[in-house]
Design a protein around this ligand. Structure first.
Ligand SMILES: Cc1cc2nc3c(=O)[nH]c(=O)nc-3n(C[C@H](O)[C@H](O)[C@H](O)COP(=O)(O)OP(=O)(O)OC[C@H]3O[C@@H](n4cnc5c(N)ncnc54)[C@H](O)[C@@H]3O)c2cc1C
Length: 390
């Protein structure tokens, strides 16, 4: 089989890239390790920047998003038992974010790809990348027990943090930058109405909590938990009790609880692998970088990488110019590092760190007080939260 772009991974990065390429008349094949249903069962991000929505508009995969997504003009920071609203629209000149689950984004892109007869191989085993240092790369994989070969002009590595693409690059060609945080997030999804119509980011003595949602009837809640904590140690009851203790009295009172439909623990990590291009192999999304979820940037960064990569590949295939692919890594990383900084900063500000000294606690408190008393500081937070321009 032959294609122009072999895309590894059917997460948001791979699927969005596939649709943008399709629109530009550039052929692609997606190789995905998991089954269709498994990919759609993963519960992950839920806050979309306007740039991400714009890309979904561009490929025509946003009608359900506009019908069902929730537009949010602000969110609350909760500390010292008081909620402080960050008015995103006022602070950014009218910008907002959209609440729409990653699962739904993935479903919309998959449905659209299937309707357009785009080729996706699910349950592709033993995916291996070959000869991407030259001009005739190819990918091998196992489908139904048979080893197959996919020849291509370029490979897009959109296969997430644990994928094969970055792992195929010699370690000596990669610069790795990493920070692992000494805590995780325990998340619960439940079919109960959200405690507030906007998100609440809470920092208290017992740790961080986030009240989020996927719709008017489905809530997503998180609490900071210890590293190494096990999900089965957390009954629903224990989770709701702990969440309540991290909220202000009015929110704790208003919290509607119910059986969880998903419960998981995510470790928190900042990670960047540089560069994002190796000959004819291009990394995009979590394959190249990870952010802690505090700033809601993971999915949005995958989308902005895809925007830069799509522009570069269009120049390559349509205009026969190398300039775009030569600049891809630098352009994408400039935005990645700003989101890394923001996600690290918000994580540092909102969590309780195990070894935190009394001095560091006072500094954290002072920064929170300053943040909500300064229009400039709140504007900087809001500007980053809604997403920096591409
Ligand atoms: C548990 C969890 C919770 C998260 N919560 C949030 C959140 O609340 N907010 C937020 O902004 N971000 C969150 N994120 C991050 C966000 O989901 C990611 O940034 C986003 O999914 C990145 O998209 P991607 O397409 O780059 O990678 P992925 O979504 O990881 O997609 C990669 C795809 O490649 C496939 N793949 C992997 N290896 C291979 C292989 N060898 N061959 C073929 N295919 C392969 C995978 O099966 C997967 O389908 C979370 C991530 C995780 C893991």
């Amino acid at each position: 089989m032959r294609t122009q772009v072999a895309i590894i991974g059917a997460g948001p990065a791979g699927l969005l890239l596939g649709q943008l390429l399709h629109q530009a008349g550039i052929d692609s094949v997606i190789l995905e390790r998991r089954s269709h249903d498994y990919v759609l069962s993963r519960i992950r991000a839920g806050v979309l920047e306007q740039g991400t929505v714009g890309l979904l508009d561009k490929v025509g995969a946003s009608s359900r998003l506009h019908a069902e997504g929730l537009s949010h003009d602000g969110f609350d920071l909760l500390f010292g038992q008081k909620r402080h609203r960050i008015a995103l629209d006022r602070l950014t000149g009218g910008k907002h974010v959209t609440i729409y689950g990653q699962t739904e984004v993935t479903r919309d892109l998959m449905d659209q790809r299937a309707a357009q007869n785009g080729k996706t191989v699910f349950e592709a085993g033993d995916v291996a990348l070959h000869d991407f240092g030259g001009t005739s790369p190819f990918v091998t994989y196992v489908e139904d027990g048979i080893t197959r070969r996919l020849d291509c002009d370029v490979i897009a590595g959109c296969d997430g943090y644990h994928g094969v693409s970055r792992a195929s690059v010699p370690a000596s060609a990669l610069d790795i930058f990493e920070r692992i945080y000494p805590f995780g997030w325990l998340g619960v999804l439940a079919d109960v109405p959200p405690v507030s119509h906007e998100l609440i980011y809470a920092r208290g003595e017992r740790g961080f909590a986030l009240c989020s949602m996927r719709s008017g009837t489905r809530s997503r809640y998180y609490i900071q938990c210890d590293q190494g904590e096990r999900v089965d140690a957390w009954s629903d009851e224990r989770f709701w009790d702990e969440l309540r203790r991290r909220l202000d009295p009015a929110s704790a009172e208003a919290l509607v609880t119910g059986p969880s439909i998903e419960k998981s623990i995510a470790p928190l990590r900042s990670f960047v692998a540089e560069p994002m291009r190796f000959g004819r192999l291009f990394l995009a999304g979590d394959a190249a970088h990870i952010v802690p979820p505090t700033g809601a940037k993971g999915l949005n960064l995958a989308a902005s990488d895809v925007h830069y990569l799509f522009e570069a590949l269009t120049e390559f295939f349509v205009e026969r110019s190398q300039a775009g692919i030569d600049a891809y890594s630098q352009r994408a990383l400039a935005r990645v590092w700003k989101a890394e900084r923001f996600s690290w900063w918000l994580t540092s500000l909102m969590h309780v760190f195990p070894e935190q000294s009394p001095f560091e606690q006072r500094i954290q408190q002072a920064e929170l007080d300053y943040l909500v008393s300064s229009q400039h500081a709140m504007a900087a937070l809001a500007e980053n939260y809604v997403g920096l321009p591409y």
